[in-house]
Design a protein around this ligand. Structure first.
Ligand SMILES: Nc1ncnc2c1ncn2[C@@H]1O[C@H](COP(=O)(O)OP(=O)(O)OP(=O)(O)O)[C@@H](O)[C@H]1O
Length: 335
């Protein structure tokens, strides 16, 4: 089946007083229907520009954006408006209408789409139930917590049954617990309604928690893209490594010693392999950190080991682990 979002060789250059800014350079990404697709990168990497190109709020300087078979650069304004109705968006700061109650916020896009008042109210109530806010319909946004505001924004975004939901740093203003509850809600919506979700974030944790695929942007360029579990297991570029190593015990890596990172999937576990290796070589090794992370709903483990100073034994250990089908990579402090 054709991908629901096709970004083909997209570039975007802004003209500013201080010269040209190449915000995006030749980006190509396919997003399949039902994906929860993450876009991650540092501030200024081009994430917001790219997501705005998906609904043509920003027109690419070069390249093509095809949504559900329609080339956005090649359709009438009327068709573009119609296609945009199928692409909803939520933001970091929620963008609710402060003078309207919760239910009236959710009714707003329905009214614009011409749905009758009574019908809109019924649908809004149904949506508030989906996001767990059925008892807040008459509250005003100021009376809600950040997480509740984002729930209202989500209800409003999916009111007209969009095919695609774009989330621009939607959890960046929320504490970790609330972040998790919003991510769970997004997962639920993706599953129940088959809405394709694009998640823009600077946090790898968010990507690991809900995305099946990810694109890593760096300085307007696509550094690496693929399945989250593959990139977590074996990041190839420096940008990917930097993101994946975030949160590991990297502070220990200051004394010129060699370190390796090994990753385990669901079927295997650390202890027997490491234990047997220490016994085989009769050489102790330091475990600098071990962690289990939830990657797309599956538990994956990672471990950082300090190799022994003896280079020959160190190399043999790496070979030993690789022979046991583990992904082993040397961790470079300069990443
Ligand atoms: N309208 C504009 N005019 C000029 N330059 C712009 C404009 N919009 C974005 N840029 C520049 O394009 C680059 C990419 O910006 P963008 O907002 O897409 O990055 P980002 O990855 O979303 O960053 P952040 O996480 O900080 O929002 C930046 O250098 C930014 O200054």
């Amino acid at each position: 089946m054709e991908p629901i979002i096709q970004i083909k060789n997209v570039s975007k250059t802004f003209e500013s007083k201080s010269g040209q800014v190449k915000a995006l350079q030749n980006i190509s990404i396919d997003i399949e229907k039902g994906d929860i697709f993450g876009m991650i990168g540092m501030s200024g990497a081009g994430k917001s520009t790219l997501v705005r190109c998906i609904n043509f709020l920003e027109r690419p300087t070069d390249g093509t954006v095809i949504i559900d078979g329609k080339d956005l650069g090649n359709i009438s304004n009327k068709e573009l408006r119609k296609t945009r109705m199928e692409i909803a968006m939520i933001f970091q700061h929620f963008n609710l209408l402060m003078q309207r109650t919760v239910i009236d916020n959710v009714c707003f896009p329905l009214e614009i789409a011409g749905v009758k008042k009574k019908e809109a109210k019924d649908r809004a109530r149904e949506l508030l139930k989906i996001v767990g806010l059925e008892n807040k319909e008459n509250a005003y946004p100021v009376q809600l917590s950040g997480g509740q505001k984002q729930r209202v924004a989500i209800a409003r975004a999916i009111a007209n049954n969009p095919k695609i939901l774009l989330c621009d740093e939607a959890t960046s203003a929320l504490d970790p617990e609330t972040t998790n509850s919003i991510l769970n809600l997004l997962k639920d919506i993706n599953k129940r309604f088959g809405i394709t979700i694009v998640v823009i974030t600077h946090e790898m944790k968010v990507i690991q928690e809900i995305c099946n695929k990810v694109a890593i942007l760096n300085n307007g360029k696509l550094a690496e893209t693929g399945y989250v579990k593959d990139i977590f297991t074996e990041p190839k570029t420096d940008e990917a490594k930097r993101l994946v190593y975030q949160g590991t015990s990297m502070t220990a890596l200051m004394n010129g010693q060699r370190f390796i990172r090994i990753v385990f999937g669901e079927q295997s576990s650390f202890e027997p392999v490491i234990g047997n290796m220490i016994l085989s070589f009769n050489t102790p090794i330091n475990i600098m950190g071990a962690d289990t992370r939830n990657i797309g709903g599956k538990a994956m483990g990672e471990m950082i080991l300090q190799l022994p100073e003896d280079e020959v034994i160190a190399e043999k250990m790496i070979t030993y682990l690789r022979n046991r089908k583990l992904v082993v990579e040397e961790v470079d402090l300069n990443v």
